[in-house]
Design a protein around this ligand. Structure first.
Ligand code: GDP
Length: 445
């Protein structure tokens, strides 16, 4: 469902990721493209606006040392805000904390996949959660509706309420609840009638059923292929009936994904389940972080940045940041940077988490930086005196020979290390000069 959005965002991020340095203008431009991609995916305008504002606010204040590269840091921010837009890490399971039989009312427009979803959910309660479920169709309008649920019940092995011709929805609801009580069922699922469009008669009917059944959960089934219409329908059902969760169907189709993305932000109702196909086991729990990862297609970058954030000692990071501002960056600081890379699993660990393009770039940039090098550089620095680490200029030829002997390396390698340090120190001086350097910075690529 998110294919084209994922493609568009992928292009934006590939540009960002390839950079060792980002200016605010780069970020602005990237956000303009993200905004366009979201609007084209049919995400509601106010939701897009809010999203972009939040990402920008966070991106501008990003701390230098927490970034792997600025581009990756921005991707992580976009990911986090996307998770937030999708409802965050709230519990989206269907609540069964009520006296049995727990009533679940299914509502939605005709053709949204309501009856199919009812059977899918019932089947899962039975097989996964070992609950006994009774299903009842309250759709007295569409002649075949009750029959359809009965057939689905036979296919899934879930009990259905016997059909009695001529009964009204409210009567059927009462009878279903009574039958569930008498039969010792844990859950009773009420599949209400749908219409092509929302109309007053439908709302009236569903409201009456609600008053009788007092459902513990009211799940709105919405067809993701209908885009913004689905969001409007959800809002109306929420206002009129009260909705505790959304089941978004046809997410296997080629919809643009906007409904999925706006639904929660616009209505405030959590998406709980995704219908992913016509088969009766094509049902998934909705998890905001998983869906966000799927949209960005970059779970790997996200986990890389998370890991970096975990392994960086915040206090040390602040100390180094303060030094950098003053244009000081000594060999002790370099040793700390190297140690940090080691904590992240060395070059291999870092590279292993990068997606294809970024990986190739990183490999090229760090061709000389394998894990052996990392270890020897650390050894070199620890063979120096405190004074030498503070002021590398002290390292004349004889001191270099001493350090080489102490660390089991060659003078050449010490020279390479000093050159790396000079480059980094220069870069940091430059960064320090650039004012307002909140930075989405310009860190090591
Ligand atoms: P209702 O009128 O809302 O009860 O809709 P139905 O449950 O009868 O579903 C209408 C059609 O949509 C049926 O052909 C279902 O097989 C199909 N359908 C339901 N959910 C999904 C889904 O998640 N993916 C796909 N591809 N088809 C679905």
């Amino acid at each position: 469902m998110f294919e084209s959005l994922t493609g568009r965002l992928g292009d934006v991020f590939t540009k960002l990721r390839g950079r060792g340095a980002l200016s605010e203008k780069d970020v602005d431009e990237a956000m303009r493209e993200v905004r366009r991609a979201l609007l084209e995916a049919d995400v509601a305008l106010p939701v897009v606006k809010d999203f972009i504002d939040k990402v920008k606010a966070r991106a501008v204040g990003v701390e230098v040392l927490k970034s792997i590269t600025p581009g990756q840091q921005v991707i992580k921010i976009v990911h986090d805000e996307l998770v937030e837009m999708l409802g965050g890490a709230v519990d989206t399971s269907i609540s069964l904390h009520a006296a049995a039989p727990v009533a679940i009312m299914m509502v939605g427009l005709q053709g949204s996949g309501k009856t199919t979803s009812t059977a899918k959910i019932a089947k899962r309660f039975e097989s996964r959660d070992k609950r006994r479920v009774l299903m009842a169709s309250l759709d007295t309008r569409r002649p075949a509706a009750q029959e359809q649920l009965k057939i689905l019940g036979e296919q899934t092995g879930v009990a259905t309420l016997p059909i009695i011709a001529g009964q009204q929805p409210v009567q059927i609801a009462r009878r279903a609840i009574e039958a569930a009580r008498l039969g010792g069922y844990d859950i009773v699922m009420l599949d209400t009638a749908g219409r092509i469009h929302i109309d007053e008669a439908l709302m009236q009917e569903v409201a009456e059923v609600r008053d009788v059944a007092q459902p513990h959960e009211t799940l709105l089934v919405a067809d993701s292929l209908t885009g913004q219409d689905a969001v409007n329908v959800a809002q109306q059902f929420k206002d009129r009936i009260g909705v505790t969760g959304i089941v978004l169907t046809r997410t296997d189709g080629d919809g643009r994904g906007g409904a999925a993305l706006s639904m929660r932000a616009v209505t405030g109702v959590p998406i709980k389940l995704l219908g992913t196909g016509e088969k009766l086991d094509a049902l998934e729990d909705f998890k905001a972080d998983r869906v966000a990862g799927r949209i960005l297609g970059m779970g790997d970058v996200v986990s890389l940045v998370e890991k970096a954030a975990e392994t960086i000692d915040a206090e040390k990071a602040q100390k180094i940041a303060a030094k950098m501002k003053k244009g000081q960056f000594d060999l002790d600081d370099l040793a700390e940077q190297l140690a940090q890379m080691k904590r992240m699993g060395g070059m291999k660990g870092v590279l292993g988490m990068l997606p294809g393009v970024a990986k190739a770039q990183a490999q090229m940039a760090n061709a000389h930086m394998d894990d052996g090098v990392l270890k020897r550089q650390t050894a070199i620095i620890s063979s120096m005196t405190k004074a030498e680490r503070r002021n590398p200029a002290l390292l004349n030829a004889s001191r270099k020979r001493r350090v080489a002997a102490g660390s089991g390396t060659e003078v050449q390698e010490i020279n390479r290390l000093l050159k790396l340090h000079r480059q980094m120190a220069d870069m940091m001086k430059m960064m320090a000069r650039q004012k307002g350097g909140g930075l989405l910075g310009k860190l090591f690529g």
